[in-house]
Design a protein around this ligand. Sequence first.
Ligand SMILES: *[C@@H]1O[C@H](CO)[C@@H](O)[C@H](O)[C@H]1NC(C)=O
Ligand SMILES: *[C@@H]1O[C@H](CO)[C@@H](O)[C@H](O)[C@H]1NC(C)=O
Ligand SMILES: *[C@@H]1O[C@H](CO)[C@@H](O)[C@H](O)[C@H]1NC(C)=O
Ligand SMILES: *[C@@H]1O[C@H](CO)[C@@H](O)[C@H](O)[C@H]1NC(C)=O
Ligand SMILES: *[C@@H]1O[C@H](CO)[C@@H](O)[C@H](O)[C@H]1NC(C)=O
Ligand SMILES: *[C@@H]1O[C@H](CO)[C@@H](O)[C@H](O)[C@H]1NC(C)=O
Ligand SMILES: *[C@@H]1O[C@H](CO)[C@@H](O)[C@H](O)[C@H]1NC(C)=O
Ligand SMILES: *[C@@H]1O[C@H](CO)[C@@H](O)[C@H](O)[C@H]1NC(C)=O
Ligand SMILES: *[C@@H]1O[C@H](CO)[C@@H](O)[C@H](O)[C@H]1NC(C)=O
Ligand SMILES: *[C@@H]1O[C@H](CO)[C@@H](O)[C@H](O)[C@H]1NC(C)=O
Ligand SMILES: *[C@@H]1O[C@H](CO)[C@@H](O)[C@H](O)[C@H]1NC(C)=O
Length: 866
Amino acid sequence: MSTGFFLLLLLMLCASSVRAQRRIDFISIDCGSPSKLYEDTDTNITYSPDGDYIDTGINQNISSEFMYPKNPNLPLPLSDLRSFPQGNKNCYTLKPEAGNGSLNLIRATFLYGNYDGENKLPEFDLYLGVNFWSTVRFENASDIVTKEILGFAESNTVDICLINKGLGTPFISALEFRPLNGSTYGTEFGTSASLVLIERLDIGQGNGTGRYGDDVYDRIWSRHSSPSWDPVSTSSSITTYENGYRVPLEVIRTAATPQNASEPLDLYWNTTDMNAQFYVFMYFAEVEKLGKNQSRKFNISLNGSPLFGPFTPRYLQADVISNSRVLVGKDHEISLHKTEDSSLPPILNAVEVFQVMQLVESPTYGEDADAIKNVKTTYQIKKIWAGDPCGPRNFSWEGLECNYSISLPRIISLDLSNNNLTGPVPQFLEELKSLTLLNLKGNQLSGSVPNALRERSEAGLLVLSVDTKNLCGSGSCKKKKKIVAPIVASLVAALAVVIVLMLVWKLRRKRESGTEAEPFNKTAIASKKCQFTHEEVLDITKNLQTSIGKGGFGTVYHGCMKDGTQVAVKMLSASSTQGPREFQTEAELLMRIHHRNLASFIGYCDDANNLALIYEYMANGNLKNSLSDAERSSQMTWETRLHIAINAAQGLEYLHHGCKPPIVHRDVKTANILLSENLEAKIADFGLSKVFASDIETQVVSTVMGTAGYLDPEYYNCQRLNEKSDVYSFGVVLLELITGQPAVIKSDEVIHIVTWVSSELEKRELKSVVDQRMQEEFDEHSVWKALEIAMACTTSTSQHRVTMDVVLSELKNCLEMELSRHRERTPTSTEELRAAFGPYNHSSPEVLSMCTDSTNVDSVTGPFPR
Ligand SMILES: *[C@@H]1O[C@H](CO)[C@@H](O)[C@H](O)[C@H]1NC(C)=O
Ligand SMILES: *[C@@H]1O[C@H](CO)[C@@H](O)[C@H](O)[C@H]1NC(C)=O
Ligand SMILES: *[C@@H]1O[C@H](CO)[C@@H](O)[C@H](O)[C@H]1NC(C)=O
Ligand SMILES: *[C@@H]1O[C@H](CO)[C@@H](O)[C@H](O)[C@H]1NC(C)=O
Ligand SMILES: *[C@@H]1O[C@H](CO)[C@@H](O)[C@H](O)[C@H]1NC(C)=O
Ligand SMILES: *[C@@H]1O[C@H](CO)[C@@H](O)[C@H](O)[C@H]1NC(C)=O
Ligand SMILES: *[C@@H]1O[C@H](CO)[C@@H](O)[C@H](O)[C@H]1NC(C)=O
Ligand SMILES: *[C@@H]1O[C@H](CO)[C@@H](O)[C@H](O)[C@H]1NC(C)=O
Ligand SMILES: *[C@@H]1O[C@H](CO)[C@@H](O)[C@H](O)[C@H]1NC(C)=O
Ligand SMILES: *[C@@H]1O[C@H](CO)[C@@H](O)[C@H](O)[C@H]1NC(C)=O
Ligand SMILES: *[C@@H]1O[C@H](CO)[C@@H](O)[C@H](O)[C@H]1NC(C)=O
């Protein structure tokens, strides 16, 4: 009795602390509200006016016919709005308390309500930072449109921008910002993708509002049921705090089961976009107390392929299940099938469906952004300068021009003319190091031009336009004349001289050093043999008939050359995460690199906007798919897996030690290891590769690239990149081959494969880590040794990691051990072994000038001995 009371009390305490927490770090903005803070009595949420978050736009009220009392259900924050008749891009800037890298839910709400009396529905675009989020369209003037996104903050501030597309004035009614637990809603893209909400369903027959005080993240749930389902529910409490998702009680308490127990419970959704990518989060809790002879057990499949199961929801405990790999395509169906030994039908309590938004655009280079923001505050510029200075593309700040052909956009031109600017020319304009044009005319600036600007102008690197009246060059005013009159023709001439001098100097230097590699150049690419027109590519792929996969670049299609050779054609898509720059990098590298364990390059297409790479066709797809496919992975013996590991290691070893300068792949992962018909492995996707000068061991890189789960933690933290980063990623691949688990394991909690293996290995139990699909058919010493190699590859400090040549020779030892187990039955000679792992296959003499051949055994191409 007394314990019961005590428990109840504890629950009440928890509930009240939840409510308190809900207010602290929420940002709730009633856009267009002139008044002070107020608490919305419907939701108990405190809304603030928007003046602190934006300095453009005007406040408006919706027309009275859409307001109370004619519309008694109108949420209070939607009765007014802020509209943006001026400027193409207007942005709210929020500062998440948890700062850079935090995961947040952002919800924007729009109600037109004929606020402008024009009765014309506008259409405009919504951006999160520099990346497209959604288009806002209305059915009618009373249509309430809500857009929600879950995304990681890319800096200490988050910009929500409205873009005028010429289809009416953008506006916004409410903006809500809710911090989430950063370990929830994970995707295989890590922080480089956001999730746009499609549906958030509370399954069953609840009677709440959909927005619950005990939802610590203030998600809004829509009730959903079907005539072929039976509702089930409980009034007991359900434990929801075990995982970070914290589904509210009202939602998890109600659920549904199919009326006919032998039928599955299905949920279907579709889209018009063939390339749309989705994540689904399903919530389960058993709400019925099952009898001794009752059981509930079911399999979950997505689009007909098994996702999870058999699964038994725990009694009064909430669990969440999601797809670990992204779902791609137009039509999607979740099916919950009861297993044969289950007496009860499947159950589903709640589900969320999100579409992936890849963060393809980059914000402006940090120093440039800081400098221009300083200009804005110092001069109190009256222009609409909101959000990121350069992005999104085509929507840079007025008067600014940016160079987007580099990884982070830089400001190259700044026009501040006729802005009534007074005072001295500020020093921080010097920080705009890529500036080639600066126009300060039509202002009342005084004092002198900062030295660095003057020097760059004199060197012909910067065209500087200033009024001569009040402004002097540093020192005498005689010098000023030289700066002030920008005679373009002479500048061009000066530039030409500089360029010629630099070329001569470079050539000289090269001849002197001698060992330096040929610089990559366009002419190498342009060799006719390898170049195809877009028409030819369409011909080869039969008009892109058969898609065989999707990579960082875009879609890969099957094709057939005139001579019958099968090929894989990688088309660069507009929405790809890699851009034309990476395309060129890849094409240039592939032209020069030939090795039997690197995907062979047949040619490329570089017609105007159509970019494509043509590779040899690898019949068995990539290693990631093979490992996750139940049937194919169960056919992969330990020996096969070792062959694959050795092939991949040979490819990498060649990049690191056979090429001068060495090449760091930067995106080694199972998805980038392709398998031929006879399971010979080749490394693909050089889009992220970077060529290193041979004398520089490590290099600081500006942006971390790669794939979550494979990223070297040292590279990630310190942005120091060298060959050892690939070694780390290779270690992860090796662990996947041994364990059959993905790099990021998602069960009850998300855990990295390295962490998982190390904790399992503390038990010194090989069985618990080795892929069960190998059915213990292996030499234990061989597997132990491979595990040791993998752990030596994945130490957190690169200094302690082994090099690829060591990895390769150790892996060959593993294979020897495994083969000697067989030898009792089927003897294998060392000759055969050498044939399988022989020397590099040079298909072109050009290679010799670039990559050294470290072995002198005769070249052999051929399948594995099987
Ligand atoms: C909107 O309505 C409020 C309250 O009725 C009023 O105080 C405010 O001035 C109105 N704003 C505009 C822009 O008309
Ligand atoms: C306006 O559009 C919404 C969404 O399509 C619809 O639910 C509502 O009934 C419409 N209202 C009127 C008055 O047509
Ligand atoms: C935000 O964090 C990312 C990665 O942690 C880092 O690359 C970036 O420079 C940070 N941005 C700012 C403005 O601190
Ligand atoms: C909501 O449903 C619960 C359980 O089904 C019931 O106890 C409660 O009275 C209902 N509340 C309202 C307001 O209908
Ligand atoms: C708002 O607060 C009141 C008083 O604390 C409470 O009774 C009510 O349930 C709350 N409403 C919501 C939606 O949380
Ligand atoms: C986030 O969720 C994880 C479990 O998924 C939990 O261990 C952690 O405490 C949560 N963090 C916060 C701040 O609630
Ligand atoms: C239940 O579904 C099964 C399989 O689809 C079907 O054979 C059976 O007739 C259904 N039972 C009822 C009562 O509809
Ligand atoms: C989506 O599914 C519905 C119902 O099956 C169908 O009517 C509609 O045409 C589909 N839409 C698309 C874009 O495929
Ligand atoms: C449990 O099993 C017993 C005997 O087999 C049977 O009589 C009873 O109806 C079963 N109960 C349920 C709930 O199925
Ligand atoms: C459920 O999945 C398991 C393996 O995950 C499989 O063995 C079983 O046949 C499946 N059952 C049904 C009914 O699909
Ligand atoms: C500059 O100042 C003049 C006179 O004070 C004023 O007429 C003009 O509008 C101002 N221009 C800008 C761009 O603010």
